[in-house]
Design a protein around this ligand. Structure first.
Ligand code: SF4
Ligand code: SF4
Length: 342
């Protein structure tokens, strides 16, 4: 019996010492690792009260904007307060905080990394009311309740709820009705569009002889390799995905109007001079010559519709970005306008 007591005593003693040693080693591993994401820290002095943090928070009652009372120095400071009993430490608030430095500091949220594609903030989804046919397929496809709403017979995306999954864009049956627009670098995107338009205009104008001799019922088909503008586009905006989509959208919707002028047919009747709204067409009595300044030309086509001697031809060019023999090219189709009905 005494050996049983001794055994129990030894067992209790060993457990006790092991507990003590384990407790010491556990103390070592409770040090926060570098990647540990704690509750957000608030640096209230930087807050601009935009409310982005409260909109982004997925946990009800975890974050609230409060405002100090006004005093002699001015309005009271507004700033976020974190309720640590509701905060799930997702880090969304710190991610969206636009101030520099940030008002909310939090460890990195690995779920927000681009490869996880939770919030690819490059795009914002919006409905083009003009094109939308109110089929509501986007609403059915949207995984977030209330992210797409119908109000006053209009479909709209509630940006505060949209998680940028892109489901709506895939579901929409009308090209362009739901748009996934890149919201950053808008000026760069405009510069790329200008580059596309100017390059295409110059290219088409260099084919004036072919246009002049084109029979009025025929199409003129041209190709411009994308490589002619690609490097310049990437210099403006070094993001291949955005640059390509901007070029694709631009060429998809673009129509360029081209006026050609065959001076040899001009009979100096000068009807076009009076019709031109910008003064781009002038008559020089000394040279007995009617001239057109293409820089002033609006391409309104008044001269084309007025000239009785077919000096002016008016073409519409349409574009499509496509692949030919493994190379991306802008396909160009030009057709003479039948506006003048001659
Ligand atoms: S992108 Fe996704 S979350 Fe946003 S509105 Fe479209 S379907 Fe809804
Ligand atoms: S799917 Fe497109 S067309 Fe249909 S309601 Fe939505 S935005 Fe409008």
């Amino acid at each position: 019996m005494s050996s049983v007591i001794w055994y129990l005593y030894e067992f209790a003693r060993k457990s006790f010492f092991e507990g003590v040693t384990d407790a010491k080693s556990k103390h070592d591993i409770v040090e926060k690792p570098d990647r540990f994401r704690d509750f957000p820290e608030v640096l209230k002095e930087y807050c601009i009260a935009c409310g982005a943090c409260t909109q982004s928070c997925p946990s009800p009652h975890a974050i609230k904007l409060v405002r100090d009372g006004d005093n002699d120095d001015g309005e009271g400071q507004t700033y976020p307060v974190i309720n640590t009993r509701a905060c799930i430490r997702c880090g969304f608030c710190a991610e969206v905080c636009p101030t520099e430095p940030k008002t909310l500091l939090c460890g990195e949220n690995h779920l927000i990394r681009e490869e996880f594609n939770i919030i690819p903030s490059k795009r914002q989804y919006t409905v083009d009311d003009f094109l939308c046919i109110k089929c509501k397929k986007c609403i059915k496809s949207c995984p977030v309740d209330g992210a797409i709403i119908e109000r006053d017979n209009k479909i709209a995306v509630d940006q505060s709820k949209c998680i940028s999954c892109g489901n709506c864009l895939e579901a929409c049956p009308v090209k362009g009705a739901m748009k996934g627009v890149f919201i950053d670098n808008l000026e760069d995107q405009k510069a790329i569009i200008r580059l596309v338009v100017n390059t295409l205009e110059e290219f088409i104008e260099s084919k004036e002889d072919e246009l002049q001799s084109l029979p009025s019922e025929k199409l003129l088909k041209l190709q411009l390799p994308l490589s002619k503008i690609w490097d310049k586009a990437l210099q403006i905006l070094p993001d291949e995905e955005v640059a390509l989509e901007v070029i694709e959208n631009a060429t998809d919707r673009l129509k360029i109007r081209i006026i050609t002028w065959d001076e040899s047919k001009c009979e100096k009747c000068r009807l076009c001079v009076d019709e031109c709204p910008t003064g781009a067409i002038t008559y020089s009595p000394d040279e007995n010559k009617v001239e057109r300044d293409s820089d002033k030309c609006l391409r309104c086509s008044n001269c084309y519709q007025t000239c009785p001697f077919s000096v002016v031809k008016y073409f519409i060019a349409k574009f499509l970005l496509d692949e030919v023999d493994g190379e991306k090219v802008i396909l160009i189709t030009l057709k003479e306008s039948q506006l003048a009905n001659r």
